[in-house]
Design a protein around this ligand. Structure first.
Ligand code: BG6
Length: 490
């Protein structure tokens, strides 16, 4: 099966932080893939911008290495790569000193073409870059700015950043990336919910017992100790990715896929999240930090050794029992957990339905397990609907819990694009459905801030967990106290 490619208008794509990790691992490979798929129209150009001095040739070498290191060899076509490199140039820019923007202006066509400024830099530079772009006449009506998380480390700091960007770019020119929204299965969640009549009537507290959202990683700090130790798992993963997933599970049906239609509904969910008070934080949240152990097949160091520091109270794991105070979800817990150096890399959403009201089967039939819908984001993207059936065979009535299993890789012979490919093309198309609106980011912080404050005020320390396990035992107790268990893969 082939997917349909609709070319986008020609554009200039400026990457600030052009030699950084994100540009190398994600942005350049994603742009290459979209060109290879035939999605570019000419003339489309990519301009790297950063503080270090490089010639355009040197930057093209960097881009070529990025493609060879991060794109599968079978997907690298030399003629295509040559065409890709030809559209690349480099400008040295120092945003704090305001230098290099005139050169950038010379580089960008005088024509009124789409300009995307991608800020693959720390948030401390957002304001300076926006101001300089505007001061040098680089913001036309087709300009747009793309920013990455973290957008602040609290509601107050997020507001400052949003104000700095908003002073130059209007909200519909501002694209706040949450790359989870670009993942194939995340969008499938919307298809599953709103393109089927089957689930929606059951999608509420009358029929759903609870929801679990797990984003488990086996990796550790990956050279990002400086950022991560100041952030921690709650800010790094829950404030954005996990809350966005929660919104897509819990939101009402939007009137259409229109960007504000979807974002209005997500915002309502965020606003309905029950605040976690100081008194509850000890019971409904767990903070963990990995210790030495084995992960992804080898011995790994503990967090403090990775950090090369004797002390740190930063959490590399967090589990939360969240509640949404509205008619649809009152009384349905949402158990959230994420962590580094866990047992497996797996991101999934589990919708656990309520048990049947009465069993007509005798004890010999075995237990009747409640239905579960498991939406697997990664790896092995797919959907499993667990149901009860009769064990096949001539014997008596014995029941069996089995999945209706839809693995996307097995069912469709189509390349699964990286989230950045879709999101970058949406930036060019001007489609904001999969990007976070200012009020969403701020509402998410509004829920996160009191948790951070409670941890601080209550002195809630991290609990150690051995690398390669599922986190501290308190995370298991968090759900088992309620008579439920974390979903095991299978
Ligand atoms: C990033 C976090 O946003 O998401 C990282 O900052 C994390 O800490 C990453 O590793 C996970 O993304 P993915 O796509 O690999 O699940």
């Amino acid at each position: 099966m082939t997917s349909q490619i609709i070319p986008v208008d020609p554009f200039d794509f400026v990457i600030f932080g052009a030699t950084g990790d994100l540009a190398e691992r994600k942005l350049l490979p994603a742009l290459y893939q979209r060109q290879r798929a035939g999605q570019f129209s000419e003339p489309t150009r990519i301009i790297g911008a950063s503080r270090t001095s490089h010639s355009s040739d040197e930057y093209r070498d960097f881009a070529a290495r990025a493609i060879s290191d991060h794109v599968k060899p079978s997907e690298i076509d030399q003629a295509e790569l040559k065409r890709f490199l030809e559209r690349i140039s480099y400008v040295q820019v120092d945003a704090q000193a305001g230098e290099g923007f005139d050169r950038l202006k010379e580089e960008i066509d005088g024509e009124n073409r789409i300009r995307a400024y991608y800020l693959a830099v720390g948030p401390a530079l957002f304001g300076d870059i926006a101001k300089n772009l505007s001061g040098h006449g680089l913001v036309n009506e087709k300009a747009r700015i793309v920013v990455e998380k973290p957008i602040g480390r609290s509601l107050a700091s997020a507001r400052v950043l949003n104000d700095e960007i908003g002073a130059v770019f209007s909200e519909d020119q501002t694209f706040r990336i949450d790359h989870y929204l670009g993942k194939e299965t995340v969008q499938n969640l919307m298809a599953l919910r709103f393109a089927n009549a089957l689930y929606e009537p059951l999608w509420n507290s009358a029929h759903i017992d609870h929801v679990q959202i797990t984003v488990a990683e086996t990796v550790g700090l990956e050279g990002r100790a400086g950022y991560y130790d100041k952030a921690g798992a709650l800010r790094d993963m829950v404030q954005n990715h996990i809350l966005q997933l929660l919104c897509l599970v819990a939101m009402e049906a939007p009137f259409s896929l229109d960007a504000d239609g979807v974002r209005d509904e997500k915002l309502k969910v965020l606003k309905a999240l029950k605040p976690v008070t100081n008194g509850q934080a000890g019971k409904s949240t767990v903070r963990g930090q990995y210790r030495a152990g084995a992960s992804a097949g080898g011995a790994v160091k503990g967090y403090l050794e990775d950090l090369e520091s004797a002390t740190s109270d930063t959490e590399t794991f967090v589990a939360i029992k969240a509640e949404i105070a509205n008619w649809r979800w009152a009384g349905v817990p949402f158990y959230l957990r994420t962590g580094k150096r866990l047992s497996e890399r797996v991101s999934e959403i589990v919708i656990s339905f309520k048990p049947i009201p009465h069993s007509i089967f005798g004890e010999a039939a075995g237990p009747v397990v409640a239905n579960q819908l498991v939406i697997r984001l990664q790896p092995d993207e797919g959907v499993k609907q667990w149901i009860m059936i009769k064990d096949p065979g001539p014997g008596g009535m014995r029941l069996r819990h089995v999945p209706l299993d839809m693995s996307f890789a097995q069912s469709f012979d189509v390349r699964n694009p990286d989230a950045y490919e879709r999101l970058i093309m949406d930036v060019i198309r001007g489609n904001q459905t999969l990007f976070m609106r200012r009020d969403e980011v701020e509402a998410a912080w509004q829920w996160i801030d009191p948790i951070l404050a409670a941890w601080e005020e209550n002195g809630q320390k991290v609990q150690g967990y051995t690398a390669g396990t599922w986190g501290p035992s308190a995370a298991i107790a968090l759900i088992e106290r309620d008579g439920r268990t974390w979903h095991e893969n299978g």
